[in-house]
Design a protein around this ligand. Structure first.
Ligand SMILES: Nc1ncnc2c1ncn2[C@@H]1O[C@H](COP(=O)(O)OP(=O)(O)OP(=O)(O)O)[C@@H](O)[C@H]1O
Length: 250
């Protein structure tokens, strides 16, 4: 049964989303009826204890995993009803990804990595956007370098330029600062926040780190595969307190 309403104008939404891994005695209900919307031009962090379903929710909303029931809406498209072929196209053209491990192609230069998703979908790059992104990310002097010649922070900034170049409807960031020192991490988070303010980008980020979540406009808390609460305008203290309460309640 659907217990919450969801903003139908949201960039991304889950409606009564259920994901069960396995079957019988060993079945795991990773998502147990999640209804939540992610507004356009907002930066939302998804948080919760280990095993609460954060990655599963993100993967279902990004068309990387199939839900057992419910809807995973991107704009007006229910991803749970699409073929693998359509999902590949949706991921390439409508979604940007930023991963903890950067996931750049090692044999390509930074510039080639940034252009790759557009090339694969046969779209022309916007030179103005390319200039804006590479300059504001501070990577103009590194564009001819391969990932192996870049620091972790530089690699993640290249990955962010790649994610934003296609003007995606949403960027999903999975622990984007997990492999970075605190200074590089802060630069990445500041840039993500600015892209929401300046480009109207929608960002959904999974993180364990309250100081990373404090860059977001909103935090959605998961526990045991359900939405357990949310915070608007989070700061480190309010996020840490909310996580602590969830841990105590378990
Ligand atoms: N492929 C899978 N097969 C079986 N169970 C799975 C699979 N993937 C996830 N799970 C289970 O689903 C539940 C939710 O996992 P998920 O990875 O979404 O949690 P999480 O909140 O992202 O955890 P973490 O913070 O540790 O990364 C967990 O109990 C996990 O063990």
């Amino acid at each position: 049964m659907q217990t919450q309403s969801v903003d139908t104008l949201a960039a991304v939404a889950a409606v009564d989303l259920v994901k069960v891994y396995g079957s019988g005695d060993t079945a795991v209900r990773a998502l147990d009826g999640v209804t939540v919307g992610f507004a356009r031009a907002q930066f939302t962090a998804i948080m919760g204890p280990s095993g609460s379903g954060k990655s599963t929710l993100m993967h279902c909303l990004a068309g990387l995993d199939t839900a057992t029931s419910g809807q995973a809406l991107l704009g007006g498209t229910d991803l749970t009803k699409q073929s693998d072929k359509v999902l590949t196209k949706v991921r390439r053209e409508r979604i940007g990804f930023v991963f903890q491990a950067f996931n750049l192609l090692p044999q390509l230069t930074a510039a080639q990595n940034i252009m790759l998703p557009l090339e694969l979908s046969g779209r022309r790059p916007d030179p103005h956007l390319y200039g804006h992104l590479t300059e504001s990310l501070g990577i103009t002097a590194r564009l001819d370098h391969r990932p192996g010649e870049l620091s972790g922070g530089q690699q993640q900034r290249v990955a962010i330029a790649r994610a934003l170049m296609s003007r995606p409807e949403v960027v999903f960031a999975d622990e984007p600062t997990g492999n970075l020192d605190s200074r590089s991490g802060a630069e990445v988070l500041l840039f993500l926040r600015n892209s929401v303010r300046e480009l109207g980008q929608t960002i959904v980020m999974v993180t364990h780190d309250p100081s990373a979540a404090a860059y977001a406009d909103r935090v959605v808390l998961l526990a045991d595969g359900r939405v357990a609460g949310e915070l608007d305008r989070p700061d480190i203290t309010s996020v840490s307190d909310a996580l602590q309460s969830l841990a105590v309640a378990r």
